[in-house]
Design a protein around this ligand. Sequence first.
Ligand code: ADP
Ligand code: MG
Length: 266
Amino acid sequence: MSDLSRPEGPKIIAVANQKGGVGKTTTSINLAAALVELGKRVLLVDLDPQGNASTGLGVENDERDYTTYELLLEDVDLDEVVQGTDIDGLFIVPATVDLSSADIELISNEKRSFLLHDALRQTAMDAFAFDYILIDCPPSLNLLTVNAMIAAHSVLVPLQSEFFALEGLSQLMLTIREVRQSGNKDLRIEGVVLTMYDRRNNLSQQVESDARSNLGDLVFQTVIPRNVRVSEAPSFAMPVLSYDTTSKGASAYRSLAKELINNNTI
Ligand code: ADP
Ligand code: MG
């Protein structure tokens, strides 16, 4: 384990944007892999019923007996829910479609917004000695995403470099403000990362300059380029860092991981 490990426990980051297809899952998988390359121990919590992060890391459906659903709604031992992956130092709590009913099942639960918060703070978690926990959120601002934001120290927002990209951000920021008022007053914005960026495309440049002028330092210096190797990697059940280690996508996620580690938000 690295000497930079956090004595106060893992830093928990929700990867969120209510838009689908903006790069949440891709960023969760590859940022996790890049942090592991830098010597960190990382847990990826798949909080999307689509289970794309689980598939992308090679966890087959029949290996998903214990999932985020059980972590939230049943009293299952943490050791059963946290699985190793092919990558040393990278762990996952997988998800299945079962999680799609959680939103409704949780409504009558008094602690409904705090279930993930409490689950990730069980003392059994200490033995894993994670440095980071990344939560791959569903494409919605539902109770699952609220659970992630209540559990997290910060929110990392992937922003696809396309038209209307900034439009959904005000709603996301509103949810973050509500979460601060309703149980996680210290929730930070870790940063906004531009994804699927194409330098030759004026629109990408426009989105970048709008984002930087509106959000300033909140926007990571690193931008993630549109890169076919990034989109191919999940079908080989690996992060792009393993699939094509010298690709532009892999380099970008390495650079994002370094920026994140140097980000001095708690
Ligand atoms: P979300 O989790 O927000 O729904 P995904 O991470 O699943 O988004 O990405 C949506 C699609 O875009 C996927 O098919 C993914 O492979 C592709 N994609 C994401 N990032 C890149 C990139 N940098 N270059 C090329 N394709 C990408
Ligand atoms: Mg996703």
